[in-house]
Design a protein around this ligand. Structure first.
Ligand code: ADP
Length: 542
């Protein structure tokens, strides 16, 4: 029997229309490349996103056309997040930290017709231009006075908006239509396109704000330090709007001192990003003796959060860390580590232990299971580890322009991660399939080793990779980047590890070196593996 309720489609434009109507004067503050800080509010953002949609329509952009942004965390990028999908087109958020070849690959693969870029990417875009196959219009994200001379025929963003009359009537269409095209960072081959729908983005935004997830209220001021181009900054621009939060956008200045000043000046209560950013911020607090002001919570993910980091934020600064696990293919929210009554009943110590060492617990909308090599479901006993599979309305079905489905017949997507689940329903990633170290038929978790090593005094970043060993097939190599001014030696690290790990997990090599990072700020294990490929080749094979 058909239900008799209204069936208005879930539209991304509905989010900003709501924010403008219900929280219109809630502020949006944005730092910019070489321009003074911009201040406006959700009402103005909605008006300007509408003008952007009108301008794009004037340029001939319509249903399903792709538009690329090469942009930082600014209010203009935020307007692209709403204006482009709002008119029925698709926003491809290119990652400027990739190499030229990969950036060009994603823009061509997306088939984008318009490219919006920051002023300080002019040189990059001029370099890319001969390779860009479908771009017809270039737009520099700047005001009229600062538009740089360029050989691209690029117009300026503010001039484009000023030429429109505003009052855009946001169209309604099928909620399953494409809205965003986000590429995986390509750590294992060419980047793959994940095509989010209006429906998936809206559901993700509604679920993300729930108390058991990120728990925002209209009193929060949210500062995303995960890049807007990386899986839509984990949906924060939408989750914030749904909850009427203030937004603070740091542009490309994610150094600790800049973030600290924004936190204090703008009363930021909630921020997030990959662990490397928050390692820097903790360093800054320790070095300067300053306090994190109004900041009450951080969502950290993208790679494992070292226990020492979560503990230090909580104990030393009263800032709760909500670890998030997810991936571009999951929009990206998969699990988030927030307490439950069952866990709280175990007492504070047990609760802290679980919250600080697990990636998180199941969220409404996402189903999880772990399976063995035959695909049989494994128990939730925190011991059995297996391939992590997920499914749900904001999980990928098929990669953009791929023929085959990305899931099995029942809709389960294999994440490529290895995990355990405990009796409280908390999931712990023990490794990515490609990072797990296979030593003499046994597995060593690189994440577990990193976690212990990261707590060694003086260590800033600890990275573990498996490298070839003539006897054991693979053995762990530990790369350590010390804090500035700290003297850390391999002997000191080894002595620290000895009482804390099982003997056979002890890395065969400990090297003190700057740790390379990927385009999304994660430890680049591929580079480390290549660099140290033969490091143990002469080890005793007997
Ligand atoms: P890429 O796959 O190119 O790194 P993604 O950002 O989509 O790009 O990365 C998703 C992967 O990042 C996950 O599959 C997982 O291995 C890792 N990851 C994300 N969050 C966490 C976390 N909290 N703990 C450990 N690993 C994580």
């Amino acid at each position: 029997m058909e239900a008799l309720m209204q069936s208005a489609p879930l539209m991304i434009s509905g989010i900003i229309r709501y924010a403008a109507a219900a929280h219109g004067d809630r502020e949006i503050v944005s730092r910019l490349v070489d321009e003074p800080t911009w201040r406006h509010d959700w009402a103005s953002a909605e008006e300007r996103a509408g003008r952007l949609a009108q301008a794009l329509i004037r340029l001939g952009i319509g249903d399903g056309d792709r538009v690329t942004s090469l942009a930082w965390n600014t209010h203009r990028h935020l307007e692209l997040f709403y204006g482009v999908p709002g008119l029925g087109a698709v926003l491809h958020t290119a990652n400027p930290r990739l190499g030229d070849e990969q950036i060009a690959f994603t823009i061509n693969h997306a088939g984008s017709r318009v490219l919006f870029f920051e002023r300080n990417f002019l040189e990059l875009v001029e370099r890319l231009r001969p390779r860009l196959e479908h771009i017809e219009h270039y737009v520099m994200l700047t005001d009229a006075e600062r538009l740089l001379d360029n050989g691209l025929g690029a117009s300026g963003y503010e001039a484009l908006l000023a030429a429109e009359e505003g009052g855009f009537a946001w169209p309604l269409f099928d909620e399953n239509r494409a809205a965003f095209l986000c590429y995986t960072s390509g750590t294992t081959g060419d980047p793959k396109g994940v095509l989010y729908s209006h429906r998936s983005v809206v559901l993700h935004a509604m679920a993300g704000g729930l108390g058991g997830a990120l728990g925002f209220t209209a009193f929060d001021a949210i500062m995303p330090c995960q890049s807007l181009y990386h899986a839509t900054a984990w949906g924060l621009p939408f989750i914030a709007a749904v909850n009427g939060c203030k937004m603070v956008l740091p542009c490309d200045r994610m150094d600790a001192a800049s973030l600290h000043s924004l936190i204090h000046e703008e009363g930021v209560t909630f921020s997030g990003g990959v662990p490397t950013i928050w390692t820097m911020y903790l360093d800054h607090l320790a070095r300067t003796g300053e306090k994190p002001g109004t900041l009450r919570q951080l969502v950290i993910g993208g790679s494992a959060v070292p226990r020492a980091m979560a503990e230090s934020f909580q104990r030393d600064h009263g800032v709760a860390v909500r670890q998030l696990w997810g991936m571009t293919e999951t929009s990206p929210m998969g699990v988030i580590a927030t307490p439950t009554p069952k866990l709280a009943a175990e007492g504070e110590d047990e609760m802290d232990e679980v919250i600080w060492t697990r990636q998180g617990r199941m969220q409404f909308g996402i189903e999880l299971k772990i399976v063995d090599e035959e695909g049989a479901k494994l128990p939730h006993d925190s011991e059995s580890s297996g391939a992590l599979l997920v499914r749900g309305p904001w999980v990928i079905g098929r990669y953009y322009r791929a023929e085959a489905s990305a899931t099995d017949a029942d809709g389960w997507f294999d994440t490529g991660d290895i995990a355990t689940i405990d009796r409280f329903g908390f999931m712990r990633i023990t490794d990515r399939k490609k990072d797990v170290i296979k030593s003499g038929g046994e597995w060593i978790s690189s994440i577990d080793l990193e976690n212990v090593a990261a707590a060694c005094p003086g260590v800033r970043i600890a990275a573990v990779v498996g490298i070839f060993h003539p006897k054991w097939e693979e053995r762990p190599l530990l790369a350590i980047e010390p804090h500035e001014g700290s003297i850390v030696t391999p002997e000191k690290v080894k002595a620290y590890l000895e009482p804390r790990i099982v003997r056979w997990w002890m890395p065969d090599a400990i090297v003190i070196t700057p740790v390379p990072l990927t385009a999304t700020g994660k430890i680049d294990k591929k580079v480390l593996r290549d660099r140290y490929r033969d490091h143990l080749a002469d080890a005793d094979a007997v």
